[in-house]
Design a protein around this ligand. Sequence first.
Ligand SMILES: [Zn+2]
Length: 256
Amino acid sequence: MSIFDSHCHLYWNADDNSIESQIEAAENAGVSRFVCVGTNADTSMKSLNIAKQYSQVVASVGIHPNDVPDIAELSNDLQQISDLAKQHAWHAIGETGLDFFHKRGEPLAQEQSFLHHLDLAKELSLPVIIHCREAATELVTLLEKRNEPVCGVMHCFSEGPEFVQRLLDIGLHFSFAGNITYPKSDLIRESASLIPADKLLIETDAPFLAPQPMRGKKNQSAYIVHTLDVVASSRNVTANDIRRQIFDNSIKLFNL
Ligand SMILES: [Zn+2]
């Protein structure tokens, strides 16, 4: 059994659960591959160090939209990310994107940072991991204005069907997280039913967004099986029917 957790933050769980025990629990649940995602220079390096220790893990480098500094300091931080990106072996750029829900990171700085990450990903031929919260219209508009295909993934996709086709036209993949299992998430389940099979990924975003049966707990990669089940049922198939395809999509996207 092979499941690929395309987005987790193993370093934020490490106080309660050692990296080793998280990976072991995940492997017992059938999860054999992980992308450990950076949110700033520090957590990107933590991800890289985990990837050096565990061959099942690959790492990404980037600045989360809520971690972007004020415009005045932005170019310094972006230069640092570019330097890191060129110095080490990464498998993705991100997470980057737009987040207007949390009141951290001014919108203009987030936009500039996002565009920088897109350029960097293109330059290094790496997929980009895109975060989007309460900013879908702005984000899609920005990508459409840029007017070139983007290799990457909309992580924790939480939008309704109205954005699916526009993001497909840009070339993006879609990764679904634990929030697709919540009772009120009909629109996310509808979106999941519309994604072409070769564009579909799953993730935990651990330690956030534990799936329904585990809700209230700190999320971990082992819990991804509940997300897989709901993605499958949204598409009227079984988890067995789509697990391999989702795994292969991830292997291909992250150049493994
Ligand atoms: Zn994340």
